[in-house]
Design a protein around this ligand. Structure first.
Ligand code: HPA
Length: 269
């Protein structure tokens, strides 16, 4: 795996001619529009990069963007890989490994999720301050590569307290209300039954979703600081559960996108 990561990173380095990214961004749900704010210096389609996972969705290949956002040199992933698509945990997190070899020190991620905290409303933003890995696996299973990180990485501060503090300040200054809480990551792709939402709440979750946790585990393994934010697109709260579709999730996310983008942009200043 190490050889593959290094080959991918070397290939990218050759194509970005000296550009040095310091901040990584996974443009998940709610942050798609942020790409328009990046002064793009280079972009690379995933399929051109050796060993990068190949997109399963036809005509929907992802892209890496390199450029300036605020006063940061960033590299942004447009399109992420989900476990439910059939990628294994190493494939899902491969781009994060490559980011480390390109010099990324901090990582920003976004996602959509279902709120199980009864105080949440559809359209709320939630700063993730901790997670529960409810995926059936962990991306660090297998022989540990010491050059990447320790066998048993600490996860006591998976989400960087300073970045959380800054996000709260920024959101307050912008007049954007934000929730804060625990994200439970699971495989999907079926949404949860009412009994499952109730179970997730009992486990300690505020919200549940199908991404982010594998990427954060791998980033922390390599010592990258993480910040993640979620859009509550539906509610798994007794009495408030209604039928949901992917389209509704996308619709709610699009409405909240502006708020999320503003917070992220301000954090980059
Ligand atoms: N469950 C899991 N993932 C999700 C949900 C949900 O309710 N909403 C958006 N992503």
């Amino acid at each position: 795996m190490l050889t593959k990561i290094k080959e991918a990173a070397e290939f990218i380095k050759k194509h970005i001619s000296g550009f040095q990214p310091e901040t990584g961004i996974v443009l998940g749900t709610g942050l798609g529009g942020l790409v328009d704010d990046i002064q793009v210096a280079h972009s690379l389609p995933y399929e051109s990069i050796p060993h990068f996972p190949v997109s399963t969705v036809e005509g929907h290949s992802g892209k890496l963007f390199f450029g300036k956002l605020g006063n940061r040199m960033v590299m942004a992933m447009q399109g992420r890989f989900h476990f439910y698509e059939g990628y294994d945990m190493q494939e899902v997190t491969f781009p994060i490994r490559v980011m480390k070899f390109l010099g990324i020190k901090e990582l920003y991620l976004s996602n959509a999720s279902g709120g199980v905290n009864p105080d949440f409303e559809i359209g709320d933003l939630m700063i993730i301050n901790d997670h529960i890995n409810h995926f059936p696996s962990n991306p660090l299973i297998g022989k540990n590569i010491a050059e990447l990180g320790p066998r048993f990485p600490d996860m006591s501060e998976a989400y960087d307290p300073e970045m959380i503090g800054k996000a709260k300040k920024v959101a307050h200054a912008l007049g954007i209300p934000v929730q804060e809480g625990v994200y439970l990551g699971l495989s999907g792709p079926a949404f949860e039954t009412p009994a499952e939402y109730k179970y997730m709440r009992v486990l300690g979750a505020d919200t549940v979703g199908m991404s982010t946790v594998p990427e954060v585990i791998v980033a922390r393994h390599m010592g990258i600081s993480c910040f993640a934010i979620s859009i509550i697109t539906d509610l798994g709260v007794p009495g408030k559960i209604v039928k949901i579709t992917h389209e509704e999730v996308q619709h709610v996310a699009a409405l909240a996108e502006k708020k999320m983008t503003m917070i992220l942009k301000e954090m980059m200043k």
